[in-house]
Design a protein around this ligand. Structure first.
Ligand code: NAD
Ligand code: USQ
Length: 398
């Protein structure tokens, strides 16, 4: 297949690109390197020393004999560039990772809120318009999030996108239909994924685009079999208070002797998936596209759920780290249950890589190896969700 990977320089996009190239697909990465610029803006680099995109691609060529193309296009701002690329490359599929993905960054200040909405919504919409304009039949595989639903429970597993409902009409008849499962986003970032969902539904209906929306849980781990093949192929490992995600942060904190930062009571339950399974899921999704004219295929891309304090206790047990409960900077429920249906990927052959001590230790070892690169001042999460939390102090940001 000819596959364009939007956001292929990122934490998920890079290992997914290598995985698909390794399988023999013709892969081109499209990325504007904005994530690397945000590293500079925050003064917080990846824990692992990631090579430049040029060096990464050169290294992949050397170790695998395969070529991955690269185009520096801002898919949110440069519509013409994106459309011309789609027409010229004529991909069978586009995997869309190219969004600002950190909830804390999206809540930092007025500028980052507006950037996250502008970037994410425009990136998604531009892609769909470009495909329609190209008149090509391209399967879009988008990375969405479990967080569109707000981690609540309605006494049932969160289904894969759609909810069967019965309503009584004004005439007193009972009408049965399926609707998108109700959303309840918990950050501006998660809100963009809710908006994406509606954009997808519209273009699947109006233009019969073939779209798969993967509602992914929190990724943990860092290596995949391909990124391990050469130091220059190493994947990004975010640990800072904005981009670091919870389990990788705990493993990094354990590695450097920093108390594990549990927000609030740690009763938050979240969905997780290992980075290797993420790449496998993308492969499976690409091999199982919806038909033209079908509604958006929504698949829950997660393999297990865990409570934050249980993860902290597990990491503390295997590493001897201490656990510290810090005031929660977010506006989120202290405690929640989470039950998620993930039947589609299991039925299509995914064999989940479940949380195991060995794998946790592997990530901790990566963190230990690069511990000298940690800036401890960047570890605390300082992005506050509400003005109330900031005691009404205006940010002064334009
Ligand atoms: P990332 O920030 O590491 O990667 C995103 C990439 O997209 C970066 O390389 C960035 O430069 C690029 N990008 C952003 N805006 C762009 C634009 N306008 N034009 C071109 N390139 C652009 O993020 P990630 O962790 O790899 O996440 C990828 C996707 O997966 C995101 O959409 C995210 O919402 C989703 N996701 C991630 C996780 C996770 O735990 N990391 C979990 C669930 C879903
Ligand atoms: N948390 C802590 N301590 C920390 C960091 C986080 O207790 O040091 C808590 C948070 O308060 C939250 C939970 O852990 O309750 C998860 O936070 P996170 O930063 O690991 O994950 P989240 O903000 O939800 O975002 C991440 C990705 C995002 C993706 C989402 C999937 O950054 O791109 O969409 O996971 S999901 O959570 O399923 O919505």
């Amino acid at each position: 297949m000819k596959i364009a990977i939007l956001g292929g320089d990122g934490f998920c996009g890079w290992p997914a690109s290598l995985h698909l190239s390794d399988l023999g697909h013709d892969v081109v990465i499209v990325d504007n390197l904005s994530r690397r610029r945000i590293d500079e803006e925050l003064g917080a680099e990846s824990l692992t020393p990631i090579a430049s995109i040029e060096e990464r691609l050169q290294a992949w060529q050397e170790v695998s004999g395969k070529t991955i193309g690269f185009r520096n296009i801002d898919v949110a701002q440069d519509y013409g560039g994106l459309r011309d690329f789609i027409v010229e490359f004529a991909p069978d599929a586009v995997v869309h990772f190219a969004e600002q993905r950190a909830a804390p960054y999206s809540m930092k200040n007025p500028r980052t809120k507006r950037y996250t909405i502008d970037n994410n919504v425009n990136a998604t919409h531009n892609l769909l318009v470009a495909i329609v304009e190209s008149c090509l039949d391209v399967h879009v595989v988008h990375l969405g999030t479990m967080g569109v639903y707000g981690y609540g429970t309605a006494g049932m597993k969160i289904p894969e996108g759609y909810l069967d409902i019965k309503v009584e009409t004004d005439e007193g008849n009972v009408l049965e239909q399926q609707i998108l499962y109700p959303t309840n986003p918990g950050s501006v970032y998660h809100l963009t994924k809710v908006l994406d969902q509606n954009i997808f539904a519209y273009y699947a209906k109006n233009d019969e685009l073939r779209i798969t929306d993967l509602h992914q849980g929190i990724i943990w781990g860092t290596h995949t079999p391909q990124t391990e093949r050469d130091e220059r192929l190493i994947n990004r490992f975010d640990y800072d208070g904005d981009y670091g995600t919870v389990l990788n942060r705990f493993l990094m904190q354990a590695a450097i002797g920093y108390p594990l930062t549990v927000h609030g009571t740690g009763g938050q339950t979240r969905a997780f998936i290992h980075i290797r399974d993420m790449a496998k899921c993308i492969e499976i999704a690409l091999n199982n596209p919806p038909a033209r004219g079908e509604r958006v295929m929504i698949i829950n891309q997660m393999t297990e759920t865990h409570r934050v304090r249980d993860l902290a206790e597990l990491v503390a047990k295997i590493s001897g780290a201490s656990v510290e409960r810090v005031p929660n900077p977010r506006n989120e429920a202290d405690e929640n249950e989470l039950f998620v249906s993930n039947d589609t990927f299991l039925s299509l052959g995914l064999e989940p890589t479940k949380l195991a001590e060995g794998l946790l230790q592997e990530v901790e070892e990566v963190a230990e190896r690069y511990a000298h690169r940690v800036d401890r001042a960047k570890i605390p999460a300082r992005s506050l969700w509400t003005k109330k939390q900031a005691e009404g102090v205006p940010t002064g940001e334009k």
